[in-house]
Design a protein. Structure first.
Length: 155
């Protein structure tokens, strides 16, 4: 837990950078909870995939990134997706920069629980934010990231 707490500065920097790829109008859509545009969906997939690739490359025990659709069954891929969804949630409430490091750490731990839940029949929690992260991740895994061509440019 101390390692996660120490890494909160890196986590915040990553999500601040992620927020910068969205236009002012797109940020309004995220904050209002409105329907995302096709362009926003493309940005989300592109940036989440870049995060996943980064995490694969940083992991000491990963020799090569799994190809094509097989990658979606890896923990790193699903963790990156849950983490990106958390980042969108932070953007929707104005960012995480003012949050205490302990709160960021708790959110990162919640992302681990959400990631594990994607392999099972769901998540038992009363935490609304965690439920939303899990539900959004499940939707993306089952409805968006199963489409042909989602992985091609990242192989």
């Amino acid at each position: 837990m101390d390692v996660i707490l120490a890494d909160t500065v890196k986590v915040l920097g990553g999500f601040d950078a992620a927020a910068n790829v969205y236009s002012r109008d797109e940020l309004k859509i995220i904050r209002n909870g409105s329907r995302y545009t096709q362009r926003m969906g493309d940005k989300i997939i592109h940036n989440f995939m870049l995060l996943a690739i980064f995490l694969f490359k940083q992991h000491q025990k990963v020799a090569e990134i799994p190809a094509g659709p097989e990658v979606r069954n890896t923990f790193i891929f699903r963790y990156a997706l849950c983490a990106y969804v958390l980042g969108l949630e932070w953007i929707s409430v104005g960012g995480a920069a003012k949050k205490k490091p302990e709160k960021i750490r708790n959110d990162v731990v919640d992302v681990i629980f959400a990631t594990f839940a994607t392999y099972f029949d769901g998540l038992l929690t009363a935490d609304k934010k965690l439920q939303k992260i899990y539900a959004t991740t499940e939707f993306l895994l089952s409805e968006v990231l199963v489409m042909p061509g989602c992985y091609g440019q990242y192989e």
